[in-house]
Each structure stands twice: as C-alpha cells, then as structure tokens.
Design a protein around this ligand. Structure first.
Ligand code: NOJ
Length: 713
C-alpha cells in the first residue's frame, strides 16, 4: 500500500482509538522481561510492538493483539544484525565491519535479503539494523557493528543493506522493515565510552554523522532508532531539533522513530534531566520518539501527563499516526504474520551468500611472499591460537551466544554448519596431503590464576616442528559489545609473548587476525611474514581465510577502518583535519599501522591516466600488473585546496570494483556529482566553494597508493 493511502487509513483508525489504546500503541515490550504472562498482558492492553520473541511465541502474542477491541496487529522487532543470529538455525553473516571490508554494496544487499527472508520466516517484521554510527574510535565496544570510519562508505553499504531488507514493497512476505540506528553520534562518544556524551557541533554533525542517515532516509528506511547518549549535554531522546526538525522537516523522513532500550527511563535514572517518569515520558514523545522501547512506565507516565494537562493529546496522536501508517503500508492488518519462505533457514543459497560475503571480506594486509602457501615442499603446518578454533569469537556479537533466547544462560552449543580457521586449514591440508597440527597456546582473555606456561611451551614445540606457522590472535566476546569498551587496545593475555616465541623458531609466520575491530597488533603485525584478517567473518570465515592462505582465493578486501599503532594514538581515521606542528606524536610514526582502504591480494594494480571531463565523468586506467587474475577496489578521494574552514586532508567520494586478468588493463569510468566537492560552511550550509581541488584515484587512502590531478570549479 502506498504511504499516502496508509496515512489516510491510519488517521481513520486513530480517530476511533481511546487515549489508553493510543498510548499503549507507542509501547514496545521485550519478551525477555517478565516472560510469556507479562507479554500476553501487554498484548491484551494493545501494546504496539514486542521485541526479542521468536516463532510460535510471537504468533501467540499476535493472536491476542488481533483479539483486542480494534484488533491492531503488533509488529515484532529483532536484532538480526548480521543474519537472524539470535535464532540458532539462522545463517550467520560477517559482522557489519567485516562485511564492509568487501567494499561491495551487492554483498550488503544480499546479506539484507537473506536475513529478511529468515526473519520473516520466523513470523517477524522488523530488524534493528543497520548501524550507521561510524567506527572512528576503536576503543568503543561496538565498532564491530559499524560499516567502519567513513561516512560515504557507510552510507553506500547502509543503503544497499536497507534495500536488501525492505525490498520494494513493505508488504512483501519476504522482506522486513529496516531500522537505521543509532541516531545520532553514538560512535563518537567522548573517550569512546558507550552511551556517553558526544561533544560535537551541529556543523560537525552535518559534515560527518548525518550523511549516512540521509542516505538511509533517501532509500526509504522505514524506521530510525534514537541513540542512548547525548550531544553536547542534550540527551538524544529529548533532542527535538535532531529527532524532528533535522530528521523530518529537513531530511524528509516519513517513517517512525523508536527509542533505544529504556532510553525514556534513562532520562530520569541515568541522565538526570527528568525528575520523574511523567516528565521523561513528555520529553521523549515531544522530542519525536514515536515508539518507546522497553520503558513500560511510559504508559502510566504519559496517561498521567495527559490527565494533568501537561501535554496535549496531539503529541501522542502524531506518534501513533507514524506507527500506524507503517503498519498499514506493510498491510499488517491483512497479513499480521510475515510468511517468509517456510524452512528456509540455512538453505544452500543462504549459506552460499554467507560464504561469498566471507570470501569477499578477507583482507590481506602484509605479505613478504610467504602467502599463498604453495604445495611444493610444505609437509607440516602449525595452527596456533585460541581464535583459530573458537566459533564464538569468529561470530562476534549479536548471535545466540551473546543474546541467547529464551533462556539467557549463554551456554549454547555451536550449531553447524560453520568452519573455523583450524577446520578450514585442516580440510585443505588433508586434500593436499600436508600434515596440520593445532595448539591453543594461550587464551585470548586468560582466566585469572591459571598458569598457561605449559600450553605456551606446547605451542612453541608444535610450531618448531612445522614448516610454517599460522598464528590466530584477536579478541573474544567479553572484550567487546555493549558495555565493553577498551582502554587498552594491545593484544590481551599472553598473545604477544607467544608471538615472539613463535617468531624465535625462525619459521615463517602468518598472523591471522580474528577480532571484532582493530587492535594494536604491534610486532605481531610488523614482524610477521604475513597478516590477514576477516574480523568477525561469520559461519564461513575460517574457510574463507584458509582458502586465501592457500591461494584458492585471491583476497580482495580493503580496510573500512584504520588500525592504530598505540591506543594513545587514537583517533587515527584517515579523513582528519590537517594538523599543524606536524600533527603527530614524537614517540611513534605518524601513520596508522594499517590505513583506511588498505588491502592487497596476489595481484598488483597500477593506475594511470586520471581525468575528469566537463560532465564530471572521471576516467582512470587500472592495470593488473601481477600474474594472476584479481579484483581491485578503485577508490576516489578529493581534497579542497583552500576552503573557508578546515576540510579533511582527504575524503572518499566514490569507489568501484574491477576484476582484471593478469596483464589486463581497463579504463574505469565513474560519474561524479558537483556535491561530492561540497563542504558544510560555518553557517551549516552545504556548498561547493569555488576554487581548486585535488582529485585522487588509487588502491588505498595512503598518499603513495594514489595518483592525482588538480581540478577547479
Ligand atoms: C540496545 C542496542 O543499543 C540496540 O542497538 C538494540 O537494537 C536494542 N538494544 C534492542 O536489543
């Protein structure tokens, strides 16, 4: 149903609703708080939505909702963040950060489509995804959930995944609602402290944090989630300028806004800007939050406020109208349950999509010629490290391991199919007749009081008898996620010590980084013969990494985020403002350990002939100068030479992928827009200032990987 008609129908229904029914419609109840009985009570009261409930439990709630006076169906939301991962049967994709290594919107779109189908098959309607926060400070626990540090790349991938989730028609049985979150600036919280104050100006918001949301709104994202934190002291939950004026009036958002978990209650209990729930409820609704996640106290709070004349019913009407409009547009009244495709969990096509995503996300960061491992004289391979065979670490956040339902014990077994690094390597070794041996060595996050010395000795012994060493390092679940920021990004436990001891064997060593986000790898990267990563690559991460290590796959990933050398060096994102006094720390090199856009394969690419014509068509010739076919991500950056205020040293404005055979060259064409050269001026206007610009093309954001021309407007 078209949105206009949906709005008309919503208006008609609204006129029949009592005040209590309206306020209940704004509430989203979690199944995990109070369980079935409590949830059924709220369904009878006419709650608008539930979250974290699956399959038959959801169907039961829907039947109750349909039995109420007006029979308004509920909408079910779930954190299907990289696959419908809270369901043990689902296909698990790479995390958003891992997926972003592919720089491939099609990968993100397919991930959205498959996830939508599996969520819909559970009878559910809505995923709280994608995350549009930027991962500019790796200390933040939720960097794994972002598409990386760059607003343009994040915007492109978000648009693609939203299209994958939502399809062309919200009523389609195999598509679900997307939710762009967390609006706004959550990832930029001071000190990378989860759910804290973000000290940014409105100009900075417009320059850096708003563009991905604008992109999401433009592709029709149906819902937006408000961030936990505050901007310069004003809670986002109470920020009408951001939630209403900018989002609706300016950007044209026409769906509904949901708070994050207990945001309304937090106005009172955490942020101390409301003395009681009545005031908190008024603030949340008046600012532009249409649906209230988990704060059930909003119901009484808002009814009291209305009774006492502290708020006008028109505030509630506007919120409910937004919710009902989407419900009508989804044709929820006719089809209260999404059908999906019965039995589609983990079907072959879905698993293939997860495998393809993992393969395209593998990123090779260093290689002195050790990789790919040849067949020749290799007789024995040592695979070392906990994360080489730890499926929980490989999956990362937001699966049944981290958010188990309905039983919150966190003790779930791992459900097949999945392939760890050790399993992937072993399989290829078996095929090739190479002996493979595994030793854990040390825990990523050691249990207190446990002496691991014997395990380290054993790993070194195993490694010294092998021809090459694959050493997996990284992080494990308690070290990241919500409430889990890190003050120290160095490799934890005895991982670095073990690296030195393995290195001392004199055997070639490849560091395999299986982690949620960049860490300070130090010598485990700098002194390794090769470094390869897939971050949290999902079900088939281990297989994809093994294929790349043995050259069955030519890695094509590029980093969507920079790696700091030291924790004290953050932030190291590439698009910084130009510094003065050298802009550097005297005790470390100025560059990041690995830069945004960096990533190599077994081919090499050369660029020449960059040009831009009057119609802003960019052309550049890319040549595969290696001896094997490979895929390159062509990255286009610009720099404003002189501007009215400081602009970043480089800004990504376009990218495309090209596959070339050995020795093959191709002229790549990219259509640019004038707006790609815009800045946000001191008056907060987006303008292109006349003058000179530098246009760059190349295979990473690093100066040495780029060719450039000067242009002028
Ligand atoms: C809190 C998280 O911040 C948000 O991302 C998530 O969608 C909600 N909880 C619901 O689980």
């Amino acid at each position: 149903m078209k949105r206009d008609l949906a709005k008309q129908k919503a208006q008609e229904l609204l006129s029949k609703m009592t005040t209590e029914e309206k306020v209940a419609q704004m509430i989203q109840v979690t199944y995990t708080d109070g369980g079935r009985e409590e949830a059924l009570k709220w369904a009878k009261m006419g709650a608008g939505s539930f979250l974290h409930v699956l399959g038959d439990d959801a169907r039961e709630l829907q039947r109750e909702a349909m039995n109420t006076r007006l029979g308004i169906p509920v909408i079910f939301g779930i954190d299907a963040i990289h696959g419908h991962g809270l369901n043990t049967k689902a296909t698990i994709f790479p995390s958003q950060l891992a997926c972003a290594c592919s720089w491939d919107p099609e990968v993100a779109k397919v991930m959205g489509e498959v996830t939508a189908r599996e969520v819909a098959t559970d009878g559910l309607h809505w995923t709280f995804s994608p995350v549009l926060c930027l991962g500019r400070d790796p200390r933040w626990g939720r960097v794994n959930e972002t598409f990386g540090e760059d607003p343009y790349l994040a915007g492109e991938l978000s648009a693609a995944i939203i299209e994958g989730y939502q399809g062309e028609d919200l009523s389609d049985d195999e598509h679900i609602l997307a939710c762009a979150k967390h609006y706004l600036g959550y990832g930029e919280a001071t000190g990378a402290r989860d759910a804290y104050d973000t000290e940014v100006t409105e100009r900075k918001i417009r320059e850096v944090f708003l563009p991905p949301f604008k992109r999401a709104v433009d592709v029709g994202c149906a819902t937006i989630m408000t961030a936990y934190g505050c901007i310069d002291g004003t809670p986002l939950t109470a920020h009408r300028r951001i939630l209403h004026d900018i989002l609706r009036d300016e950007m044209g958002f026409d769906g509904f806004v949901i708070t994050d978990w207990d945001n309304t209650q937090s106005l009172m209990t955490q942020q101390h800007v409301s003395a009681d729930i009545v005031d908190a409820s008024i603030k949340a609704a008046s600012a532009g939050n249409d649906m209230i996640m988990t704060t059930k106290g909003f119901y009484e709070g808002m009814l009291t406020a209305l009774r006492e004349g502290k708020v006008d019913i028109s505030v509630v009407d506007e919120c409910v109208l937004h919710i009902l409009t989407i419900k009508y547009e989804m044709e929820l009244f006719e089809k209260p349950e999404k059908k999906g495709e019965p039995g589609c969990f983990g079907k072959a096509e879905h698993l293939e999509a997860a495998k393809d995503a993992a393969r395209k996300s593998v990123t090779l960061l260093r290689n002195n010629g050790m990789l790919p491992l040849g067949d020749g004289e290799l007789k024995k391979i040592a695979v070392i490290g906990e994360n080489a065979d730890n499926v929980r670490a490989q999956y990362g956040d937001w699966t049944y391991f981290t958010h188990p339902m309905p039983d919150p014990t966190n003790s779930r077994p791992a459900f097949r199919p999945y392939v760890t690094l050790w399993e992937g390597v072993k399989e290829i070794c078996d095929e090739k007749g190479i002996e493979a041996v595994y030793a854990k060595g040390c825990a990523v996050k050691p249990a207190e009081g446990v002496d691991e010395s014997a395990d380290l000795d054993e790993a070194v012994r195993v490694a010294s008898e092998a021809d090459v060493i694959l050493y997996a390092v990284g992080d494990v679940i308690p070290q990241f996620g919500e409430f889990a920021d890190r003050a120290d990004l160095d490799l934890s436990g005895r991982q670095s010590e073990l690296f030195y001891r393995l290195k001392a064997t004199g055997k070639p060593i490849c560091t395999v980084f299986i982690a949620s986000k960049p860490l300070c790898l130090g010598d485990a990267a700098e002194k390794a013969d090769a470094v390869i990563t897939g971050f949290n690559g999902g079900m088939f991460a281990g297989q994809a990494l093994a294929e790349a290590i043995f050259g069955k796959l030519n890695p094509q990933g590029k980093l969507p985020i920079s790696f700091p050398r030291k924790t004290g060096q953050v932030p190291v994102y590439y698009n910084q403002l130009p510094g003065w006094h050298g802009g550097k720390y005297w005790d470390i090199p100025q560059t990041p350990l690995f830069a945004f856009g960096e990533g190599m394969g077994y081919s090499a690419f050369a660029y020449e002939g960059l040009s831009l014509d009057e119609e802003l068509k960019l052309r550049v010739t890319v040549k595969n100068v290696g001896d094997t076919e490979g895929t390159e991500t062509v990255q286009i950056y610009q720099r404003d030479v002189v501007s009215s205020l400081l602009t970043p040293v480089r800004r990504l404005i376009a990218f495309t992928k090209v596959t070339l055979g050995a020795g093959e060259a191709k002229e790549v064409e990219i259509q640019l827009k004038k707006d790609d050269f815009a800045l946000v001026n001191a008056e907060c206007e987006t303008v292109v200032e006349p003058g000179d610009f530098i246009l760059y093309a190349g295979g990473s954001s690093k100066e040495e990987d780029l060719i450039s021309i000067n242009i002028a407007f």
